[in-house]
Design a protein around this ligand. Structure first.
Ligand SMILES: *[C@@H]1O[C@H](CO)[C@@H](O)[C@H](O)[C@H]1NC(C)=O
Ligand SMILES: *[C@@H]1O[C@H](CO)[C@@H](O)[C@H](O)[C@H]1NC(C)=O
Ligand SMILES: *[C@@H]1O[C@H](CO)[C@@H](O)[C@H](O)[C@H]1NC(C)=O
Ligand SMILES: *[C@@H]1O[C@H](CO)[C@@H](O)[C@H](O)[C@H]1NC(C)=O
Ligand SMILES: *[C@@H]1O[C@H](CO)[C@@H](O)[C@H](O)[C@H]1NC(C)=O
Length: 249
């Protein structure tokens, strides 16, 4: 009887400190990539740790401590499960950052001091809707000329871009990496008009309109050719003959 009493009394008093079985990070009510602009609660679960009053749970983001939590009020000596939470609003520039949860158990008694445990790193992946990167919205080409214009969009996951237009026979779209290009060879007046481009990924859609104007090989260009082929040689001849006259005279 007495031994039982002593045992009951002693066991809680001599309870050993116990490092956590596991430390892990999860996102509350969510799995998979985060969506830009939304807020999430990350949760660090610490399983079977004692005594909780000697525990500090810290959050590390890119190696810097962003939050620390202690459980001083909890006087339970037996192993317990505790958790700490951290709110984040996802931005694209957070993508690929690593977040870890660190526990420090410091019983401030005899025996080993400051035992440190770490969670596996949580990699932040932020998805966001597509956005077209080129600014211009009109392109010009002369009849018979070749033209190509960029129609690239950025987003995560990388968006798929498709353009709609009337004449396709001499037009084609190519995608190289992130660059999406519409190319037209030997443009005819039928190629003129509006090119409607749509970029899509799992988060959303963006649209862009590009107006292609076909300028006929008409007077303006004709005048230019006239200048180069006729007027300039005539001027040169006149200058040359004046110079010659001066030399002779
Ligand atoms: C979100 O998760 C927390 C903790 O896991 C839970 O208490 C809460 O009920 C959940 N909320 C919803 C809307 O599922
Ligand atoms: C802690 O959580 C684990 C897993 O959910 C469970 O098996 C264990 O009994 C819990 N411990 C305590 C002290 O609640
Ligand atoms: C990330 O982007 C957000 C919003 O655009 C901005 O407030 C924040 O300062 C940026 N952080 C870094 C590290 O550039
Ligand atoms: C926690 O750290 C201690 C030493 O500090 C180690 O013995 C133990 O295995 C670690 N536990 C986990 C789950 O990593
Ligand atoms: C236009 O492209 C076609 C096919 O690539 C080529 O044969 C032609 O010479 C190009 N025309 C001009 C003006 O560059």
């Amino acid at each position: 009887m007495l031994t039982v009493l002593i045992w009951c009394f002693l066991v809680p008093m001599t309870a050993q400190s116990e490092t956590p079985d596991t430390v892990s990070i999860s996102v509350q009510n969510h799995s998979g990539p985060l969506q830009e602009g939304r807020s999430y609660t990350l949760q660090c679960d610490v399983f079977n740790v004692a005594p909780v009053a000697a525990l500090t749970v810290s959050w590390l983001w890119k190696g810097e401590m962003i939050q620390t939590q202690t459980y001083d009020d909890d006087l339970t000596k037996t192993p317990e499960n505790v958790s700490s939470t951290w709110e984040i609003t996802a931005f694209r520039n957070d993508s690929n950052d690593m977040i870890t949860c660190l526990t420090i158990l410091d019983p401030k008694q005899d025996g080993p001091s400051e035992q440190v445990n770490k969670s596996a790193a949580y990699q932040v992946i932020v998805h966001y809707a597509p956005k077209f990167t080129d600014e211009y919205d009109s392109v010009e080409v002369v009849t018979g000329g070749n033209v190509s214009f960029g129609c690239s969009a950025e987003g995560n996951p990388p968006p798929e871009v498709k353009c709609k237009y009337t004449v396709a026979i001499n037009a084609r779209e190519t995608t190289r990496g992130r660059q999406h290009t519409v190319s037209i060879t030997r443009a005819t007046s039928a190629n003129g008009g509006i090119y409607n481009c749509v970029a899509t990924n799992t988060v959303g859609t963006a649209t862009r309109q590009i107006t292609l104007t076909i300028t006929p090989l008409g007077h303006t260009t004709g005048v230019n050719y006239c200048l180069i082929l006729v007027v300039i040689p005539v001027i040169i001849i006149i200058i040359a003959s004046i110079a010659q006259k001066n030399v002779v005279g």
